[in-house]
Ligand binder design. Structure first.
Ligand SMILES: Nc1ncnc2c1ncn2[C@@H]1O[C@H](COP(=O)(O)OP(=O)(O)O)[C@@H](O)[C@H]1O
Ligand SMILES: [Mg+2]
Length: 419
């Protein structure tokens, strides 16, 4: 099922709809309208934190002015080369004469690597030298040393974080259009939690409110996963970019994310920091040994072993890297935890099941969710009749089983349960 992101659905269509950074967006319009191939500087560089309307204001401006927007993926060398061929005077004066009104957008320029010859920053400079169209670049940090060669060609336009009351207002408007009645306090909390990132706030709102008639502060619980995610990002960074083994261990022991979930994060993301099979093999070896320690610790309550586990899962993994470079990974939420939380209703049901497993097995529901539920699922799938007995024992309804397994299997479980 595809779903429309509210951040897209309610993206500004006109510059007047850009909140907080409207002046900056108006500068974009002016720049496009007054642009001339002889002018200096030749390009705009929009910069600022994520989710504040940089990309959106370029789209709004082009839409409002009736220009074609050509977006270049700066990390894709091929894409840059294509543009280099088409922006220059020789090939395109004719299209100007034809009245082709175009704007070129190069988004996330700080994501590109500096070195390649025709691509990368050098490729961008070539474009900026010869373009006969207005070019707008977007970056998070305009002062990244890597961007020095292109800064000379650019007028810098700064975008700021969105104040939380402005975010809350914006969310209220979206709720109105979605016909969701929202408790202002809930919106205020979402807004504050977003730390100036309007896109994050809209995504949070959608996660909480989609399909509902009303939302209250209680509904915000589903967002705790997202906060976990932030905490995990920070810990992973501290582990992989740490300078000392000790620092890496401290990052784990002081993390808000519980260490079992952190293990999952490490398993899911280690590859992003290591491209060589041997490095990865060592990393997973360290993780598997950490896992053994954790198992022993839990079974025998040998908490003294915890520091071994922490060392293996942090320094043990991070220092497996020999030659691979740091890079700028996009960490991924542990995949199966994520797929289990894709829909919040479903998640709630899963938590209920986990609670029941927890009661029966004398473990926490979190542990049940992470370590037992996957096996319950496997058992039911492998043998629905046995699954029915298990479901009865746990006190799970047949409807709930449907959240775990396919309809066909759930149907067999239901039959077995009533017979
Ligand atoms: N200043 C803003 N005014 C209106 N909507 C915004 C603003 N900033 C962000 N948004 C919303 O968040 C989404 C993402 O914003 P975007 O411009 O892509 O952020 P970035 O600054 O990271 O490029 C937009 O599609 C829009 O819905
Ligand atoms: Mg953007």
């Amino acid at each position: 099922m595809s779903r429309v992101l509210w951040a897209e659905k309610y993206a500004p269509r006109r510059v007047s709809e850009v909140v907080e950074n409207r002046k900056a967006a108006e500068r974009v319009v002016e720049f496009i309208l007054n642009w001339h191939p002889e002018q200096r500087p030749k390009a705009l560089l929009l910069w600022g934190p994520a989710g504040v309307g940089k990309t959106a204001s370029v789209y709004a401006a082009a839409n409002e002015l009736g220009y074609d927007l050509i977006e270049v993926n700066a990390s894709d060398k091929r894409s840059l080369e294509d543009i280099q061929r088409t922006v220059g005077a020789a090939s395109s004066l004719s299209s100007i004469v034809k009245g082709g009104r175009r704007v070129i957008l190069v988004d996330e320029v700080d994501g590109i690597s500096g070195s390649e010859d025709r691509g990368g920053i050098g490729g961008l400079v070539e474009i900026l030298k010869k373009t006969v169209y207005p070019v707008i670049l977007v970056a998070n940090d305009a002062w990244d040393p890597k961007l020095a060669p292109i800064r000379n060609y650019c007028e810098l336009v700064r975008y700021n974080r969105i104040r939380s009351n402005v975010i809350a207002n914006h969310l209220a408007k979206i709720c109105e259009r979605e016909r969701v009645e929202a408790d202002p306090l809930a919106l205020k909390k979402i807004a504050e939690n977003a730390r100036g990132d309007l896109r994050a706030a809209i995504n949070d709102l959608q996660a909480v409110a989609e399909g509902k008639k009303a939302i209250t502060v209680e509904d915000l619980n589903v967002l705790s996963l997202r906060d976990q995610e932030r905490g995990a990002f920070d810990t992973l960074k501290a582990i992989f970019y740490g300078k000392s083994a000790q620092g890496m261990v401290i990052a784990v022991s002081s993390s808000d994310v519980d260490y079992e979930l952190l293990m999952q994060w490490m398993c899911e993301n280690a590859w992003q920091h290591m491209s060589h099979p041997k490095e990865l093999a060592n990393a997973y070896d360290a993780l598997s040994r950490a896992d053994m320690f954790l198992g022993r610790i839990k079974r025998r309550q040998h908490w003294g072993l915890l520091s071994y586990a922490f060392t293996l899962m942090s320094a043990g993994v991070s220092l497996s890297r020999e030659t691979s470079k740091g890079g700028a990974p996009k960490y991924q939420f542990p995949s199966w935890v994520k797929s289990m939380s894709a829909a919040k209703a479903r998640r709630k049901t899963l938590e209920d099941i986990a609670g029941k497993i927890g009661e029966k097995c004398h473990i926490s529901s979190r542990e049940a969710l992470l370590s037992y539920l996957p096996y319950v699922k496997v058992i039911i799938e492998a043998n629905p009749e046995e699954g029915a007995r298990l479901a009865k024992w746990l006190g799970i309804d047949p409807e709930v089983v449907e959240e775990l397994v396919s309809k066909e299997v759930a149907e067999r479980v239901r039959k077995a349960m009533v017979s």
